[in-house]
Design a protein around this ligand. Structure first.
Ligand code: NMX
Ligand code: MLT
Length: 385
């Protein structure tokens, strides 16, 4: 069989953060620069309003389930469900003034110590079924909310929403969380958190250790924490200029931010060259569930003003909104007002996609042998003696 050349590496590629280098294969999802995200061949638009467990089944098994398969899968998942009281004790001991992402990473570490089986499939199922409860417990302890016990029989995100009790919880939070969860599962193999998770697992660290590495990657503001930073930037923008009818006012405000060396959070992407289809879905959902929210309305205005401004900046490869452009405004409008927590919600969902990819990397790749340990080369630039 022909061994095709996929990519030519030049010296100038060495400082691009591996941008576009093919480094392996990914069977669960694909990011096309102009068509956006698809899972197992289905565009995200076709999946966003399905039940989360259906989409997880698709990622893991390659096909959407029929009703019987759905039921069996859900029952199998529930056999791995554990609401561990030790977790709450562990959370109670964590410093309250630290970031919720640090709590999330610590909770994954605790959970892995106690519950990991070193069986890739079982551990993927454990992650899938337990992660919403784990995150809900973090919410409860971090904010001192009522420690409502789980009711997994309510449904996947339903149980999560049931367990959290922000003071002004909007009944439409469940509509948002169902879609939010599905949109954030997977984004190819090369996004930073997934890439790190896959790399860590290639050294045969266990599922939880691999996800901890991945979540440390997600915690950076240019990656997952952009959803927190983007909402803060929208709040600051609102405080400074409100929701002006004159688009130029927004453009001037953003221009000043850029000139002071700041990043316009929620815009740009390493792969996409159009508006992120996940953002498009969220803007549409926002019009249904939070049409009168002032921050959401400002985010809608920034959607066009930001794109106009960034399109004029030659160095920016993609001037369009990404998934983080609007998630914060919607979470805030539904009652989840502390943006410090937004990256944990991203992580709750992304761990599922990464767990599915790791399962395939370790168990089905190379006819069951698993992918080899990751070991790229960095070119030595130090002195020669
Ligand atoms: N605001 C200001 N500058 C930007 C932006 C932006 N939104 N996007 C790109 N640039 C700059 C970038 O910093 C780089 O500057 P320099 O050459 O001086 O280092 C230049 O434009 C070229 O970058 P690109 O090739 O367009 O983008 P790259 O692939 O390097 O980075 C991101 C992609 C997503 C890191 C970048 O667009 C960014 O920093 N965006 C804002 C943060 C954000 O929203 N991240 C979330 C991504 C999605 N996620 O959830 O992970
Ligand atoms: C993601 O969902 O991981 C982001 O869009 C970043 C990426 O794909 O590089």
């Amino acid at each position: 069989m022909e061994d095709k050349i996929l990519f030519e590496i030049k010296e100038s590629h060495l400082d691009t953060g591996l941008r576009g280098f093919p480094v392996g294969t990914c069977g669960t999802s694909k990011v096309d620069p102009t068509k956006g995200l698809s899972y197992r061949g289905y565009f995200i638009k076709e999946l966003a309003r399905k039940r989360p467990i259906e989409v997880i089944y698709l990622l893991l098994n390659g096909e959407l389930p029929d009703e019987e398969q759905f039921k069996q899968f859900h029952e199998e998942l529930l056999t791995h469900y554990v609401d561990d009281p030790g977790l709450v004790k562990h959370l109670d001991s964590l410093p309250k003034n630290s970031h919720p992402m640090n709590w999330f990473i610590s909770a994954l570490n605790y959970y892995g110590m106690i519950h990991n089986t070193k069986d890739w499939r079982k551990d993927a199922l454990k992650v899938i079924i337990n992660i919403p409860t784990l995150v809900a417990r973090i919410y409860q302890v971090y904010y001192g909310w009522e420690r409502i016990n789980p009711k997994p029989e309510l449904g996947y995100m339903e149980n999560f929403v049931h367990m959290i009790s922000p003071p002004n919880k909007n009944p439409k939070l469940i509509d948002l969380m169902n879609v939010f969860d599905i949109l954030h599962y997977d984004h190819g193999g090369g996004n930073l958190s997934t890439f790190v998770g896959k790399a860590v697992s290639s050294g045969h660290a266990d599922m939880f250790e691999s996800l901890i590495g991945a979540m440390c990657g997600l915690a950076g503001p240019l990656h997952g924490k952009a959803n927190q930073e983007c909402f803060r930037f929208i709040q600051e923008c609102y405080d400074a200029i409100g929701t002006p009818d004159d688009e130029q006012v927004i453009i001037d405000y953003l221009e000043k931010l850029l000139a002071s060396g700041k990043v316009i959070f929620g815009f740009g992407h390493a792969v996409l060259r159009v508006e992120d289809t996940r953002a498009t879905i969220l803007y549409e959902l926002g019009k249904e569930i939070s049409a009168t929210d002032p921050y959401f309305n400002l985010a809608l205005k920034i959607r066009t003003a930001g794109t106009k401004l960034l399109s004029q900046k030659e160095k920016i490869s993609n001037p369009y909104p990404n998934v983080d452009a609007v998630t914060g405004t919607l979470l805030n409008a539904m009652g989840l007002t502390d943006s410090n927590f937004y990256t944990v919600l991203f992580g709750m969902s992304r761990c599922i996609g990464i767990a599915c990819q790791i399962y395939h990397d370790r168990v089905t790749a190379r006819n069951g042998k698993g992918n080899p340990i990751v070991r790229p080369k960095y070119i030595y630039t130090g002195p020669v003696r």
